[in-house]
Design a protein around this ligand. Structure first.
Ligand SMILES: Cc1ncc(COP(=O)(O)O)c(C=O)c1O
Ligand SMILES: [Zn+2]
Length: 402
């Protein structure tokens, strides 16, 4: 249920140029209208996807026209939900480089999509730019999010830019840099003695009374739309031939789910063929619900008990999109792999010294996982592999010795 003020709030009737058709439940398929603020499926409480009229979008959006557009995720405007003519809430997100590794990959063609170059130094900017734009357009005034760190920073920045209130709930032991960042961006920050799931529950309890719109991962339909631009950009940067393997540090899994959606959309647009990368979720040994469920052959993931890891973004014991993540890993013939914290720290310096990037520990986990997959023969010589450096190591000074 939405706060009554929001549910009653603004309703959009007619739009000139609009390619968003409707919202659809990822579990039961129930159709919802996009014209007012929505969270989960009203029938089964699972995430909603935005369904775009691709035939209409393709009249102006082609691979050729893209090449002439600004280097920002808003270059994919027709497949994003915000109506034409409405100014996006933007800080210059997207358009990040895809860098070929110089040494780390060995005999593998290893690339890094460097998402630390986004506003607020993480890929969370993509989701928040689109989701805050839509929330503002649909009449929300107060936005709330539970965050392990980077999502909070991104919401704080985009809400400030949009002139909206941000209410951020973080575990008390989140990286200090993230807490400071949120406060200095003018957000209302509440520290909770607990996990991100406890933060989410606190928002759930208070949102009706406070008039907050819940911006939690996959609990509103548009963060995933912003994240899907990772997939569009990657295809474009790889000259419309997707790589063989993708390694993605998985907490809530929005980026992985978003990319997969983008691949399907691009195939429907006729931009790519049926080939898909083998998708690997990388998690921390101290919090690996998806790895456990994948190995056990489960369709959804049980809550991971006593979760702990320095990679704050991976400390997500229960993800609402678990069933979508597991389906993608299996359909793509990929997998799930856990890495311990000590190895993340060690590999951070290896990547830094060899590639010139101070990667976030979540991404360092992917570099460690890459080594394991290579030595197990799950990644072959000469294959093209892409690792997402989802954020900057500079936000985690507490993890490293000075
Ligand atoms: C740097 C970083 N990497 C990865 C993740 C996990 O992202 P997702 O929730 O999309 O799986 C997070 C989430 O906070 C993060 O901050
Ligand atoms: Zn449903």
């Amino acid at each position: 249920m939405l706060p009554s003020r929001l549910a009653a709030g603004r309703k959009i009737d007619s739009i000139a140029l609009m390619f968003l058709s409707h919202l659809e439940c990822t579990a039961c398929g129930l159709r919802h209208e996009w014209q007012h603020l929505q969270n989960l499926c009203t029938s089964c409480q699972k995430p909603l996807f935005a369904i775009v009229d691709l035939a209409a979008a393709s009249r102006t959006l082609t691979r050729e026209t893209l090449a002439t557009r600004e280097k920002s995720l808003w270059r994919y405007r027709e497949v994003l939900p915000l109506p034409e003519g409405v100014e996006p809430v933007s800080l210059g997100e997207g358009g990040t480089p895809l860098l070929r590794t110089s040494g780390f990959g060995g005999d593998v063609d290893l690339w890094i999509k460097d998402e630390s170059q986004n506003p607020t130094q993480s890929f969370k900017a993509r989701g928040m730019s689109v989701a805050v734009s839509m929330a503002k357009y649909l009449g929300a005034t107060k936005l709330a999010v539970p965050s392990a760190g980077n999502a909070g920073g991104a919401l704080a920045a985009y809400a400030a830019r949009a002139g909206l209130e941000a209410h951020i709930f973080m575990p008390r032991d989140s990286p200090r840099a993230n807490i400071i960042e949120c406060r200095e961006l003018g957000a209302h920050v509440t520290l909770i003695d607990g996990l991100i799931t406890d933060c989410g529950a606190e928002i759930g309890r208070r949102k009706m009374k406070e008039g907050w719109f819940d911006m939690s991962t996959l609990k509103e339909p548009y963060r995933v739309e912003g994240k899907k631009t990772l997939g569009y950009e990657l295809a474009e940067q790889c000259d419309w031939q997707l790589p063989d393997v993708i390694l993605y540090p998985t907490g809530g899994g929005t980026g992985l789910i978003g990319m997969w959606k983008a691949f399907d959309e691009m195939e429907a647009l006729g931009w790519i063929d049926q080939k898909r990368p083998r998708m690997f979720s990388v998690q921390a040994s101290g919090c690996a619900p998806i790895v456990r469920a994948f190995e056990a052959g489960e369709k959804s993931a049980a809550e991971f008990p006593n979760p702990h890891t320095i990679a704050a973004g991976l400390r997500v014991p229960k993800a609402i999109g678990d069933f979508l993540i597991l389906k993608i890993l299996r359909e793509s013939n990929g997998g799930a792999i856990a890495v311990d914290d000590k190895e993340m720290i060690r590999v951070t310096r290896e990547v830094g010294a060899s590639e010139g990037l101070f990667v976030a520990p979540e991404a360092a986990a992917c570099f460690a996982a890459f080594k394991h997959l290579r030595s197990a023969g799950k990644v072959g010589s000469g294959e093209r592999v892409v690792i997402f450096n989802t954020g900057s190591g500079i936000k985690y000074p507490n993890c490293y010795e000075a």
